[in-house]
Write a protein that binds this ligand. Structure first.
Ligand code: C5P
Length: 302
């Protein structure tokens, strides 16, 4: 019998986030180009008397340990589908910034799902796992597949993308989080009275990914949620400016923020921009990572 399973799951950055008009169901159609980057949470699952979630890591105190945690919801969703109890202890070793627009919560959902599937031997198909991921949240399917992908619909309909080599990033973690629904609502408010086009992926951006061309990617990145995030958190403008001044090729809000992402040309430049951001006093922490990296992966089965 398997006693525990540990899964590693990456963070993401959105290199393009084109947001369409508000849909009747409260979501927005997206052209969402995801890139998985090398900051990882580890989710370990083992049998227990009842469902329990624990968390360690620098931001652990900010992680909810109740049934709102996506890892707990993932275990419950898989158990319900296979008519069993979700009696497991889920432990999250958290390295992805919390409430930051880097899909840390989604990563834990995808990680827990893959871990429970392996622990219980449910043998769910990839399609089934992706379906459960989409029920858990718009970004959860990407956390499972990783790499680089275009997300259509509300972000859950994925097409893998070709990427040459790796892109290097610096992330500035802001104090406190931003509510994703609040950022989308602010985006709607800022665009009120304007005609919002259907979201389309940028051809130049997809080509830059295929070519592994950081300069061309920098010229093509875009995030329609950025002005909304900066409107709700004006201090992000100073963080973006600090990274740009330090030589980043592109500076952007990551997803719905408040983490900001800086594309750089290589590892040495990453260290330079990271140092400048650390001393700028405009953020709580700075992380360096590159991508694409694989999605949720089983590390150990004991
Ligand atoms: O799917 P997820 O739970 O991550 O979505 C959280 C919230 O973000 C939604 O309730 C919605 O307000 C907003 N959202 C959106 N359009 C999307 C994805 C998320 O409006 N495509």
């Amino acid at each position: 019998m398997t006693a525990s399973v540990t899964v590693s799951v990456p963070a993401k950055v959105n290199v393009q986030l084109a947001v369409g008009p508000l849909r009747p169901d409260g979501f927005h159609d997206l052209a969402n180009v995801f890139l998985a980057v090398g900051l990882h949470d580890r989710v370990t699952v083992r049998p227990a008397d009842e469902l329990r979630v624990t968390c360690t890591g620098p931001d652990a105190s900010q992680v909810p340990l109740d049934a709102t945690n996506l890892a707990a919801r993932a275990a419950l969703a898989l158990a319900a589908r296979y008519g069993r109890e979700a009696n497991v202890h889920l432990h999250i070793d958290k390295d992805i910034p919390v409430a930051g627009g880097m899909a840390g919560g989604s990563a834990d959902g995808a990680g827990a799902l893959l871990a429970c599937d392996a622990l219980w031997g449910t043998g769910a198909s990839r399609e089934e796992l992706l379906e459960i991921c989409a029920e858990l949240g718009s970004d959860v399917p990407f956390s499972l597949v990783g790499g680089a992908a275009l997300g259509r619909g509300r972000g859950e309909l994925l097409t893998p993308l070709d990427v040459r080599g790796a892109f290097h990033w610096v992330f500035a973690v802001a104090d406190g989080g931003l509510s994703t629904p609040a950022v989308y609502a602010e985006c709607d408010r800022l665009r009120e009275g304007t005609e919002v086009p259907a979201p389309e992926p940028s051809e130049a951006l997809l080509q830059a990914l295929r070519d592994g061309d950081a300069g061309a990617l920098a010229a093509a990145v875009g995030n329609d949620l950025q002005s909304a995030a900066v409107s709700l958190r004006p201090s992000l403008a100073a963080t973006l400016a600090a990274g740009t001044q330090a030589g980043a090729l592109a500076a952007m809000v990551s997803g719905s923020g408040p983490t900001t992402a800086f594309l750089v040309s290589g590892e040495a430049e990453a260290e330079k921009v990271a140092d400048a951001l650390r001393t700028s006093g405009t953020c709580r922490a700075v992380r360096v990572a590159s991508g694409p990296v694989p999605g949720a992966t089983v590390l150990a089965r004991r």
